[in-house]
Design a binder for this molecule. Structure first.
Ligand code: SAM
Length: 209
């Protein structure tokens, strides 16, 4: 395992090979999240190294966080990276599938930089840990779609910030979500060499923060 320095954010992270290394999508999300200064609670799904919640916890000193990851290695690293950066007292870390173990969802904001690539003959050959980091189902967006539907059914008042890639997502998919009565707005786009990333804000219930 190697310790990496992220001077722009004044943080250090231990990241083993089996844990997602922060990439363009991670920083695109961090740079463009527009959170209210008085925000009290944030849940992050798929924390990976913990980078997103750790940066936010350093910026929003009164906010409490709950971070999940389906990978037990990632969960352990999130815990130890929170300690390393002095924010562990405000960040609870749980190994679970999305937020499935929580009955009453109450955060103002949920964040997920999800695995979003479609499964194909190449990704099928990947070890399970890599697959979990990268692929979101046969078409690439099944995992995030499942979360959206469960948030809609749970009647939570919250905003979900997530990322879509042009490799697995287009305007038709946005319309499918809007047709369910869910408010979805693409707040930022980033053109990369082989794909376009979209930051989406999806509001549930009457949350409008
Ligand atoms: C693209 S990585 C993002 C990691 C980190 N948040 C970042 O932006 O650098 C996706 C993360 O989601 C986790 N993940 C995949 N499926 C999940 C699920 N069903 N529930 C919780 N976490 C999941 C993976 O283990 C991985 O850590």
């Amino acid at each position: 395992m190697v310790r990496y320095n992220f001077p722009e954010y004044k943080l250090e992270l231990d990241i083993p090979e089996e844990v997602y290394f922060p990439a363009e999508d991670t920083f695109f999300l961090i740079r463009n999240l527009n959170l209210n200064n008085n925000i009290k609670s944030v849940y992050e799904i798929g924390g990976g190294s913990g980078i997103i919640s750790i940066i936010l916890a350093k910026k929003f000193e009164k906010t409490r966080f709950l971070v999940s990851d389906i990978s037990s290695t990632a969960t352990r690293m999130i815990r130890s990276n929170c300690k390393l950066n002095g924010v562990d007292s405000r960040i609870d870390v749980v190994c679970m599938d999305k937020l499935n173990a929580i009955r009453h969802l109450s955060p103002e904001v949920i964040i997920w930089n999800p695995p979003y690539l479609p499964e194909d003959s190449e990704t099928k050959k990947l070890p399970i840990a890599d697959k979990l980091m990268l692929t979101g189902g046969k078409r690439g967006y099944e995992e995030i779609f499942e979360l959206i539907i469960s948030l809609q059914n749970s009647k939570a008042n919250t905003s979900l910030y997530t990322i879509f890639s042009s490799i697995a997502w287009d305007e038709v998919n946005c319309e499918e979500i809007r047709e369910l009565g869910i408010r979805l707005e693409i707040t930022k786009e980033l053109k990369l060499f082989f794909e376009k990333l979209y930051l989406a804000r999806i509001d549930f219930g009457d949350y409008n923060g």
